[in-house]
Design a protein around this ligand. Structure first.
Ligand code: NBP
Length: 497
């Protein structure tokens, strides 16, 4: 095939958008833009990848290629809009360093990678002195979403939004009511923070679904095909979602010898970063995010394969299979358990968003966040529309668990969660995600927690002081616990004489 050069096909200042990074995401987003009527100038570090891409898509597309960042700059209409789709981390800084010298004040740089929100805030400041408008944009939906409609979560310099809104909303997924899954999230690092929380909810949901699979296979002795049938049924109800749908598909696929492929897959999985980042952010902001933390730790534990194999031979515990007839009960309980798990994971994720927005002044609109997560992204589900409705009903809602609708739903389903966790514990089937859902639910609805004992322990060994229930909370007391305990013992002894 004859090689194409940007000079021969493209005129200066003719392209609507520039795309840097022709990995799987960049290529598909370029085609998505093009299909929506936008001409795209592409640039990739390795030229051969650009050539391969252009050869693959054929000559009829409105795509121009650049060999150098300077060439990319000349191809773009002003203000330039450049979407970076490179790996998060140093690669983003390298690319910014390359393109910055050829940009002009008012040009817009959009980082569509999975960058950490603090990096985004730093980059936003760094390029601001050159008059460049920086946007950190979460992108979800993987390869298929990038091609046919991703969920997009832009945030950063709001002045850029009117310029990029039409094209981003055009290429984004559309929910059933036709609204685009792309809205302005907020200032500074808001877009990437929202994407991080999206991934955190994804971690939690995936863990709980995997636990359901494990329960049925280990606890009930059924195979993946039957698990797939259960998931198929669940996907017609409250649990309808992309993640249940793909897990159902996974259950049906067979290896060459006819055995379930999923049973051939090594039970070891890494965690790439966004789950951990979310837990770190939650710890920093003092927001409990235990289900996501458990999902991260479950992945870490999976990595200890060889050690787990040794431990499995020496550590005692139940390994039984449920009595006959309990499968039916399991199906009922686990459907409810996963539904509560999903609600609690969303409640924790949204609470983290609310706290971050309050602390950093992002002015996040939770209803809009739920709006852009209704289609195109990995956590799209029937629950998302209900989450959106809850925040539309009450934009100041503190926790989804206190919303009237969800409160009722939790009341109707929590028994199932309790049964599912209790049965798993009795059988020795590990359910860290779901146990954590239940512990959080019970803790959240407790007007009294044993934190009084911890406060006393801290005061005992560290004189940290404590407040009293019966007095003003700002009054702090200290007790010489060792002396008082000695006196108490003495008194008891005297009394028993
Ligand atoms: P890939 O790793 O497949 O591709 C990255 C591209 O960036 C390569 O073509 C690479 O060029 C190019 N690149 C440039 Br230009 N400058 C680079 C530099 N200095 N260092 C390294 N690479 C450079 O990434 P991807 O899977 O398309 O993902 C892109 C971003 O989107 C990531 O941040 C990812 O986390 C995020 N994301 C991915 C998904 C997904 O499902 N994959 C979903 C949502 C978000 P080269 O040809 O010279 O290597």
């Amino acid at each position: 095939m004859k090689k194409r050069s940007s000079q021969s096909r493209c005129q200066d200042s003719s392209c609507d958008v520039g795309l840097v990074g022709l990995g799987v995401m960049g290529q598909n987003l370029a085609l998505n833009f093009e299909e929506h009527g936008y001409s795209v100038a592409v640039y990739n570090r390795t030229w051969s990848r650009t050539e391969e891409f252009l050869a693959k898509v054929g000559p009829d597309k409105r795509l121009c290629s650049a060999r150098k960042p300077a060439e990319l700059a000349t191809l773009l209409k002003r203000p330039r809009k450049i979407l970076l789709m490179v790996q998060a981390g140093p690669a983003v800084d390298e690319v910014i360093k390359d393109v910055l010298p050829v940009l002009e004040p008012g040009d817009i740089l959009i980082d569509g990678g999975n960058s950490h929100y603090k990096d985004t805030e730093r980059r936003l400041e760094e390029v601001a002195s050159r008059g460049i408008l920086f946007v950190g944009m979460g992108v979800s939906g993987g390869e298929a979403g990038a091609r046919s409609g991703p969920s997009l979560m832009p945030g950063g310099r709001k002045e850029a939004w009117p310029e990029i809104q039409p094209m981003l909303q055009a290429i984004s997924a559309k929910a059933a009511d036709g609204l685009p899954c792309c809205e302005w999230m907020g200032s500074r690092g808001a877009g990437h923070f929202v994407k991080m929380v999206h991934n955190a909810i994804e971690y939690a949901d995936m863990e709980c679904i995997a636990e359901a699979y494990h329960f049925f296979v280990v606890g009930c002795g059924i195979g993946p095909r039957e698990v797939g049938e259960i998931l198929e049924e669940w996907n017609r109800g409250d649990l309808e979602s992309y993640l249940i749908e793909i897990t159902r598909d996974i259950m049906t696929v067979q290896a060459a010898d006819g055995t379930p492929l999923v049973h051939r897959i090594l039970d070891v999985v890494p965690q790439k970063g966004t789950g951990r980042w979310a837990v770190e952010a939650a710890l920093e902001l003092g927001v409990p995010l235990p289900v996501v933390a458990e999902a991260c730790f479950a992945r870490d534990l999976s990595q200890w394969k060889e050690e787990r194999m040794r431990a499995s031979r020496v550590l005692l515990g139940p390994q039984g299979i449920l009595e006959v007839g309990c499968l039916e009960a399991g199906i009922v309980h686990w459907e409810k358990a996963l539904y509560v798990g999903r609600i609690v994971a969303h409640a924790q994720g949204f609470r983290l968003l609310i706290e971050a927005s309050r602390r950093y002044g992002w002015e996040l609109d939770c209803a809009k966040v739920a709006q852009v997560w209704r289609a195109g992204c990995i956590i799209r589900s029937a629950v998302m529309e209900r989450v959106r409705s809850a925040f539309l009903r009450n934009p100041a809602l503190e926790s989804l668990l206190l919303d009237e609708y969800f409160r009722r739903e939790l009341g109707r389903h929590e028994e199932g969660l309790r049964e599912a966790v209790a049965t798993s514990i009795r059988l020795g089937v590990p359910v860290p995600g779901l146990s954590s859902v239940l512990a959080f639910y019970d803790g959240y609805r407790s007007s009294k927690l044993p934190a009084n004992v911890i406060a006393a322990q801290r005061d005992y060994f560290g004189a940290h002081g404590y407040a009293r229930q019966d007095l003003a909370p700002q009054e702090i007391f200290h007790t010489d616990w060792a002396t008082e305990a000695r006196k108490a013992k003495e008194k008891m002894r005297n009394r028993s004489r």
